[in-house]
Design a protein around this ligand. Structure first.
Ligand code: DLL
Length: 433
């Protein structure tokens, strides 16, 4: 295990680093980004007012719509000739969110991604098959640069072309797979169809993220692939993958790189900070980014932070698994439902596969929720009685756990569309009405 010194600093040392960098970034954005200057001037905030870490609470939040309003480059803090890379994340509607990187930003990102992969147990000598999408999405290139920096051999496969993924995994002796958790399952399925057994693969670990997944999903992937499945988190606005990652030793929360990012958890309604351990929305201030530094960026991701001791020796704050996004929350007849909660219920049931979709609709004034789940091929799909019994059982468990009435519909193996990137879990028909 390789630990950078900074990863095992005392809280006081980490706080000192963070405070110095916080002062730097506040001044950097005030001097260079008109958006921030106007925001700060409006409330009389000057960079020298930031004297302690707690002073961050006086700084206004930044949101995704601020990025959209300043599309494409209005939030950049450097001249365009200092930009060496541009990425963008596509939203469901309208223009994408655009981010830029200076040469130093790319270096920093590669370094953090190398640290993240090392934390997942990857090292020089590993053969890493990178099945995150290459392109405007940050997953592909983000992982790629980090893996090279670490000295691993990267296979830049990108997402899709699943049979070839399996073939190369076998022929090249891939030891580490990086992709979304839903795509990892898709690869497992195709490997089985191709008759490729586990014994012909050298895979030992997977570094999975970019979409919410549950502990039950981790179990499923680890059992099917006989690997360690590590959770990695990030978002384009803040950098891309590598903002936080689990360690191989603990696999219990994601260490957040506090020497580069200042995290807070807030109550998304009251907009006030909450205590360690309490769930809320993750807010991040970048501490070292030059091209597009963001101050108090509201990620919309729901999680917790804790400062508990970790077996790996890292002292940085750990973030809980992301349970959903504030904008992914479905409200079904007044009950708040996150797709990940449904996932954790259905994956406990024997005979179903981890492929599911939630269809939300309206029946007159009432919301309806249909949960489509695939059965595995051991369930006789023509025996209606068996299916009905299973459906009622899952409906009961969902009601019990979430307090919501759902209609469960078991569907045939392989009938739910597979994804090579982020899985589409929700079809909300109400939005089209
Ligand atoms: O998904 C960056 C990334 C690439 C992360 C590869 C990890 C691996 P975006 O496309 O901007 O960037 O989407 C960011 O995805 O705000 C979360 O809602 C979600 N997300 C990312 N990682 C996780 C994770 C990349 N480990 C958005 N668990 C974020 C749950 C995640 N959700």
């Amino acid at each position: 295990m390789i630990l950078r010194d900074v990863e095992s600093y005392s809280r006081a040392q980490l706080d000192e680093i963070k405070l110095n960098k916080l002062k730097w970034v506040i001044e950097w954005v005030y001097d260079r980004v008109p958006f921030y200057k106007q925001r700060f001037d409006k409330i009389g905030l000057k960079p020298h007012h930031i004297k302690t870490l707690k002073d961050i609470e006086h700084v206004p939040f930044t949101t995704k719509s601020d990025l959209r309003d300043n599309y494409p480059f209005g939030m950049f803090a450097v001249q365009m000739d200092d930009i060496v890379r541009i990425h963008a994340s596509s939203g469901t509607t309208g223009k994408p969110t655009v981010v830029g990187y200076t040469h130093n930003d790319i270096e920093m990102w590669a370094e953090l991604m190398a640290r993240a992969l090392a934390s997942a147990g990857v090292h020089k000598g590993d053969i890493l098959q990178n099945a995150y999408g290459y392109g405007l999405f940050t997953g592909g290139l983000g992982i790629h640069y980090g893996a090279e920096k670490l000295g691993a051999a990267v296979i830049p496969m990108s997402g899709g072309n699943t049979q070839k993924q399996v073939m190369l995994m076998q022929d090249f002796g891939t030891t580490v797979l990086t992709c979304t958790p839903s795509y990892a399952l898709n690869i497992v399925e195709v490997a089985r169809e191709m008759g490729v057994g586990r014994s012909s693969l050298k895979l030992k670990a997977g570094v999975f993220g970019a979409e919410p997944w549950t502990e039950n999903m981790r179990k499923e992937i680890e059992e099917k692939l006989e690997i360690d499945a590590i959770d990695i988190y990030g978002l384009s606005e803040i950098m891309g993958p590598g903002v936080a990652v689990e360690c191989l030793e603990g696999k219990n929360g994601l260490h957040l790189y506090e020497d580069h990012f200042l995290p807070e958890i807030i109550d998304p309604e009251k907009l006030q900070p909450v205590a360690y351990g309490e769930k809320g929305e993750l807010v991040i201030t970048t501490l070292t980014k030059e091209a597009i530094p963001l101050v108090r960026y509201r990620t919309r991701d729901l999680t917790t932070l804790n400062a508990d001791h970790c077996v790996c020796g890292r002292t940085t704050l750990r973030m809980g698994r992301i349970t959903g996004r504030t904008d992914d929350m479905l409200i079904i007849r007044g009950v708040n439902v996150f797709p990940s909660q449904i996932e954790s219920v259905i994956l406990k049931i024997d005979g179903v596969e981890p492929y599911y979709q939630l269809i939300v609709d309206r029946d007159g004034p009432l919301d309806t929720l249909e949960v489509r789940v695939e059965v595995n091929d051991r369930i006789p799909f023509d025996e209606i009685k068996v299916l009905e019994t299973m459906e009622r059982k899952i409906e009961h468990d969902i009601k019990d756990y979430l307090g919501v009435n759902a209609r469960v519909k078991l569907v045939e193996p392989k009938s739910i569309e597979r994804s090579a990137g982020k899985a589409v879990r929700v079809i909300d028909k109400r939005k089209k009405q």
